[in-house]
Design a protein around this ligand. Structure first.
Ligand code: DX5
Ligand code: ZN
Length: 240
């Protein structure tokens, strides 16, 4: 077995083993103690800390805002992967970036001027990504794919942690991976929603390189052990 992934920008040949990046989603942690959640993630060598921003409009729920991102960035050295589930993310984009987002994704469904937003993120030096709802086809990204550092495939309907993984999104990951490889792009495929012991293997086998996991880590009796188990399962999965 050969590890082929050292972060972003590598080529992935079939039947090779990915080094999957693990991004715990702190939405599922004890929200009264986010610093403790970040510490557990550091101990478990999390690659990214996934931070869900919700506006109560694009999704029905509310969660973290800019002050929380800023506070977290001060308390952890893990890069923050900020997932904006907000209408018109361009309105506060600079603020999210200044607050400490290293990776920033906006929803295709919520962004009128996607090209401009992507440029703004890149100009700031952050990794730019587009998130797709489960029912949105990967084909909508054909023309912007080469501009993206990553695509975040939602495998639940966004808005809440702890929902059941939608298996058909794994096929979307496979199709997206094919699109990326056909054009020799370096775009990373990420998946978010219902990723746990039962689902991570299939996701990775389909070409997912960043696994966002909330409840399966923070809902476990031992989050550290859960992270190690997920990593082991991910690294044992073969791409296909
Ligand atoms: C859902 C969020 C996810 C969520 C993941 O809207 O974007 O990041 O917190 O949580 P689990 O892993 O519990 O589905
Ligand atoms: Zn998310």
């Amino acid at each position: 077995m050969r590890l082929v992934c050292e972060g972003l920008g590598r080529e992935i040949a079939s039947k090779e083993v990915l080094r999957v990046l693990l991004a715990p989603s702190i939405l599922a942690s004890d929200l009264a103690d986010l610093a403790a959640a970040a510490e557990v993630c550091a101990e478990g060598a999390a690659d990214l800390l996934h931070v869900d921003v919700m506006d109560g409009r694009f999704v029905p729920n509310l969660s973290f805002g800019i002050p929380v991102i800023r506070a977290l960035a001060r308390r952890t050295s893990i890069p923050l992967d900020v997932h904006l589930m907000v209408e018109e993310p361009s309105r506060l984009l600079e603020e999210y970036l200044d607050a400490g987002a290293s990776w920033l994704s906006v929803h295709w469904e919520a962004t009128a001027h996607l090209d401009r937003v992507l440029q703004q993120i890149r100009d700031h030096g952050a990794k730019c990504g587009v998130a797709l709802n489960p029912s949105t086809s990967v084909d909508v990204l054909t023309d912007v794919l080469s501009q993206l550092d990553f695509v975040l495939l939602m495998s639940v309907n966004p808005g809440f942690a702890g929902q059941e993984h939608l298996p058909y999104v794994v096929d979307k990951a496979r199709r997206l991976r094919e699109m990326i490889e056909k054009r020799s792009l370096a775009t990373t495929v990420a998946m978010d929603g219902g990723i746990g012991e039962k689902t991570i293997g299939r996701a990775v086998a389909a070409g997912v390189e960043v696994c966002v996991a909330g409840s399966s880590i923070f809902g476990a009796a031992d989050p550290l052990k859960a992270m190690r188990r997920l990593r082991a399962l991910a690294e044992g999965a073969e791409t296909c």
